[in-house]
Ligand binder design. Structure first.
Ligand SMILES: *Cc1c(COP(=O)(O)O)cnc(C)c1O
Length: 415
């Protein structure tokens, strides 16, 4: 975390924030919507929706192609969004920010470009037991194609990385460590700065999956010294269809293109094609530039509220929810790490999470139930599935009270 001057954080007013999110005044089954699934995708403030509409209505044309004014305006807005992303994660050189479709595509880009060039049979990629499938399967595919081995660092019963085991697993063949910054299922915040430090001491590169981090805390990829850092726009209050790969310029420079097409080339002939410079080399085809502009607006919005204020508000919600949920009859929290961000996973003894989710939905309460794209982690924690309530900046203590009241109803129905 970077040290920002305290006085720059404006006072946090959750009702004012809520007023910016049109969907929060919707009703579900006649009840006010209680949206507790921001970990799957966050809702959008009107500022994001309006920025995208404005572009479609006033400055829309394909980017990097036309010499006419509209195309140049659109290109400027697209590149300005890249600057906003760079600044947001502590990066000065915008060439280090590649726009992708989502976090999944960003991880795949690294696997199939950097991995293809740098990994060979017998090399190891070390992940953790709490990864999202997006940070497991791309490495398994490399295993199938090139014989790269996947190693998995264990997670404790409370959902924390077992540090000594993690360090022991980093060997001479470990070329890459790929780990979540924050677990989407348990909320655990991993000690990524220390992980990156030991990885570098042992000569491994590090990819951090920040899909559940950037919306909850200030992230400075330069201070972390991450080699790769990925996240997804739609969980950061931005639109779907846009994600980010940050990578150090010297690493990106050495990476071959992954997808071929327009925009990623300087010249094409049937004998030889010359590739474009970074980051455009990795943005084949027409990019999701309206979505990028929407993401830029989301970052402006998050900055205007203040990440410190958001983090403090969400820490309050997490503490409150931990206390209130623990008091619900036969409820067991899954994931009780000391450092958590915005996620509460739990089970109710003897009741299937899908039944819980269905009954809560009748009360207007949206939670995620199931395995949260983390099957190996579910198995590790000894559960088939969980109910997951995850928070955004717009959630309130009253909504946690509503969740607890809903769970009491579930208990009554099932006896
Ligand atoms: C949601 C999520 C992803 C994947 O994001 P997409 O937008 O589906 O690509 C990856 N990792 C974590 C930790 C996530 O929560």
């Amino acid at each position: 975390m970077s040290a920002l001057p305290k006085q720059s954080a404006p006072a946090f007013d959750v009702e004012r924030v809520r007023a910016d999110f049109p969907i929060l005044s919707e009703k579900v089954h006649g009840k006010p919507l209680v949206f507790l699934d921001s970990g799957a995708s966050a809702q959008k403030p009107r500022q994001v929706i309006e920025a995208m509409t404005r572009m479609y209505e006033h400055t829309y044309a394909n980017v990097h192609r036309g010499i006419y004014q509209l195309s140049q305006l659109a290109t400027d807005e697209y590149e300005k969004a890249r600057e906003k992303v760079a600044h947001f994660i502590g990066v000065k050189d915008t060439r280090e920010v590649v726009f992708t479709r989502n976090a999944t595509e960003a991880v795949n880009l690294v696997a199939h470009s950097w991995g293809w060039k740098n990994l060979k049979a017998g090399d190891e990629v070390l992940i953790t037991h709490l990864e999202h499938h997006a940070n497991i399967v791309p490495w398994q595919i490399l295993g199938e194609r090139y014989g790269v081995k996947l190693k998995v660092a264990p997670i404790s019963d409370s959902g924390e990385l077992v540090w000594d085991e993690f360090v022991k697993l980093i060997g001479p063949k470990t070329k890459l460590i790929a780990a979540a910054h924050v677990s989407n299922t348990l909320g655990t915040i991993l000690p990524v700065a220390e992980m990156i430090r030991v990885a570098h001491e042992k000569g491994a590169k590090v990819l951090i999956d920040g899909s559940q981090a950037v919306q909850h805390m200030q992230v400075d990829v330069k201070a972390l010294n991450a080699d790769f850092y990925v996240f997804t726009g739609h969980k950061l209050y931005g639109p779907t269809g846009i994600g980010v790969l940050y990578a150090k310029a010297e690493i990106l420079e050495g990476m071959p293109p992954w997808q071929g097409g327009g925009d990623m080339i300087l010249s094409v002939s049937f004998e030889k094609t010359e590739y474009n410079d970074i980051p455009h080399r990795f943005e084949a085809g027409t990019p999701a530039f309206v979505e990028a502009v929407g993401l830029g607006a989301a970052i402006d919005y998050v900055n205007s509220v203040g990440l410190e204020a958001i983090a403090a508000h969400e820490a309050d919600l997490t503490a409150y929810a931990t206390e209130k949920l623990s008091a619900v009859n036969s409820l067991r929290l899954i994931g009780t790490a000391a450092h958590k961000a915005g996620v509460m996973s739990f089970v109710l003894e003897g009741i299937h999470p899908h039944d819980i989710g269905t009954i809560l939905d009748r009360e207007g309460i949206a939670v995620r139930v199931g395995q949260h794209c983390a099957h190996p982690l579910m198995e590790r924690m000894g559960v088939q599935a969980t109910v997951r309530a995850s928070f955004g900046m717009y959630n309130t203590r009253a909504e946690i009270d509503a969740l607890c009241a809903g769970l009491k109803r579930v208990r009554e129905i099932f006896g």
